[in-house]
Design a protein around this ligand. Structure first.
Ligand code: UD1
Length: 342
């Protein structure tokens, strides 16, 4: 029974975490957040309150701390975990590798130890399509080889997956799914929660919406000389609420699964490849006017094209993306506008 089962959402005040809290609540789970607010803001909790009509319990703590986790597991009767808490700035990970390895992998190991101690087997782990690097074939499925990571951030995701796989292979009573996300965009349709980038956004869609809102002068498109139809990079942009619902589907699959042990990996994408210029044009159609952009040099570390073969998650978990690019961009723009109005 899903009804009222309590799920710990680490990093639940972050972009994907907060939307997953909503999806969990809508599916009848009781979400509890642990978030140290190192890269998120307290006002997310107010947004969640507005959407759900009640206050989601939140522990403002770092989850790389066994004593804190133990207390929460006991007090809240935790019956499953979705682990988002991690640092995610690709550039910063290259200058602060130990901080990234310590935080991203330390918290994962601590969490696994506490889950074993408390007898809570179910875990969903945030992984990334970054593990595929520049794929040899497209769309990319889960059998494609994992390529050497380009960034420390990417490596924390690869090593995280290995830690999980090895721990289950060693016979530990854990049931785990790693979800390899493609590019999450958009916001909750109410405009109450969305992405809150710190400082200058590194990701494309927040940069676009901030440019349209007048917070940034101009978008730079990073390269138009890639071997793609329009020369710009191709990605698989997925609505964050679709991604959130994929976590619920994965968790329900684990909870309904007989047996003590399980490890599996799923892509979470739409299956549609969209170029940077395609995305800019779609946004301009919503805006009703041109976006100020220029073509600049390539960004080091960017892959040419990556989009998902999302067959496995559809067949095995019954999940598929329901929202289109336009809806995602409309929701992102609504969120940006209501931020500007405050
Ligand atoms: C990036 C990270 C990836 C991480 C993901 C999380 C890198 C190299 N990769 O993915 O590891 O999991 O974010 O969301 O940082 N673009 C522009 N102008 C901009 C910003 C982006 O043209 O101002 C282009 C990029 O070149 C890319 C596309 O937009 O082709 C998407 O970029 P971004 O949103 O940063 O995502 P990824 O690079 O795919």
């Amino acid at each position: 029974m899903t009804q009222n089962k309590t799920i710990l959402v680490t990093g639940g005040a972050g972009f994907i975490g907060s939307h997953t809290v909503v999806a969990l609540a809508e599916a009848g789970f009781r979400p509890v957040i642990i978030d140290d607010f190192s890269n998120s803001e307290q006002r997310v909790l107010a947004g969640l309150h507005q959407i759900l009509g009640y206050e989601v319990p939140c522990y403002p703590k770092n989850c790389n701390d066994a004593a804190t986790l133990r207390t929460i597991f006991q007090k809240e009767n935790i019956q499953g975990v979705i682990h988002f808490a991690a640092f995610k700035a690709v550039g910063e990970s290259m200058t602060e590798p130990l901080r990234y390895y310590h935080n991203n992998l330390g918290s994962l190991i601590t969490l696994l130890e506490i889950q074993l101690e408390m007898g809570v087997p179910d875990l969903i782990f945030s992984s990334s399509c970054t593990v595929y690097g520049e794929p040899d074939t497209l769309p990319v499925d889960e059998l494609a080889p994992v390529k050497p990571a380009i960034s420390v951030y990417g490596n924390t995701k690869q090593i995280g997956e290995e830690i999980l796989r090895d721990t289950v292979a060693a016979g530990k009573p854990l049931k785990i799914i790693s979800l390899r996300y493609f590019n999450p965009i958009g916001a909750h349709p109410t405009g109450c929660i969305g992405e809150l980038p710190l400082g200058v956004p590194g990701n494309l869609v927040p940069y676009i919406t901030q440019t349209a809102a007048g917070l940034r002068e101009q978008l730079t498109v990073f390269g138009d000389d890639y071997p793609t139809p329009d020369g710009t990079c191709i990605r698989d942009y997925i609505h964050v609420m679709d991604l959130a619902e994929a976590h619920v589907a994965a968790l329900q699959a684990l909870q309904n699964r007989a047996g003590q042990q399980h490890y599996d990996v799923f892509n979470v994408g739409t299956g549609q490849g969209v170029s940077v210029l395609d995305l800019v044009r779609s946004f301009e159609a919503i805006l009703g006017q041109p976006l100020n952009y220029r073509i600049g040099p390539r960004r080091p570390g960017d892959v040419t094209a990556v989009y998902a073969d999302a067959t496995k998650i559809k067949q095995e978990l019954g999940w598929t993306a329901r929202r289109g690019l336009r809806e995602a961009l409309e929701d992102a723009w609504r969120w940006e506008q209501q931020l500007a109005s405050k």
